[in-house]
Design a protein around this ligand. Structure first.
Ligand code: MN
Length: 184
């Protein structure tokens, strides 16, 4: 079987990791999720449901509400829709070993003309998020000439923008279990 979850599948031993199996499809259409992942380095994984999978970026510093911040977002392999509910421990020795919580989740809406896949191919996607923590408009922009995988995640200036508040600090816990990542 070859599909956009091939990399996801190959990197994991599903006898050892509690992460969900690599099945395409099954989502409702427009989920976004941000997972806090305490791996060898702490980061936040932003995932957007597109065409039956979760398109994914690892954001080392996490999302910011400050439109002045440009957060590096490194494109990673597509994940199955079921991953949007995954919290737990990935065992030592497995890919991404460490602890994961669902830091935020909700729905997103693409802004402007065209569909999400085309916008990703073009390297510029604007979305409005409706989560429990993150709200409002963000853009994801591919950094041309800086390697295939490097994008920037930026808050747009709207009513939800905030130059002072750091949600990562003020609201560190899982929206599913209430746990902090270190408590998983
Ligand atoms: Mn990760």
């Amino acid at each position: 079987m070859t599909d956009s979850l091939d990399k996801y599948r190959k990197r994991r031993d599903f006898k050892k990791t509690p992460e969900p199996a690599a099945e395409v499809g099954g989502g409702g259409g427009n989920i976004f999720v941000v997972q806090k992942h305490q791996a060898s380095r702490l980061h936040y994984d932003l995932r957007l449901e597109v065409a039956g999978v979760l398109k994914s970026w690892a954001v080392p510093k996490g999302p910011s509400l400050n439109p002045g911040d440009k957060r590096l977002a490194v494109r990673t392999e597509d994940h199955p829709i079921g991953y949007a509910s995954f919290e737990g421990r990935i065992p030592k020795g497995e890919y991404g070993a460490g602890k994961v919580i669902v830091w935020d989740r909700g729905t997103f809406k693409k802004l402007g003309e065209g569909d999400v896949s085309d916008a990703l191919d073009e390297g510029h996607l604007s979305i409005a998020l409706k989560g429990e923590k993150l709200m409002g408009e963000f853009s994801l922009v591919h950094m041309k000439g800086r390697g295939e995988k490097n994008w920037l995640l930026m808050k747009k200036a709207d009513e939800y923008a905030d130059r002072e508040k750091d949600l990562l600090e003020s609201n560190p816990e899982s929206i599913l279990s209430g746990k902090k990542v270190e408590e998983v």
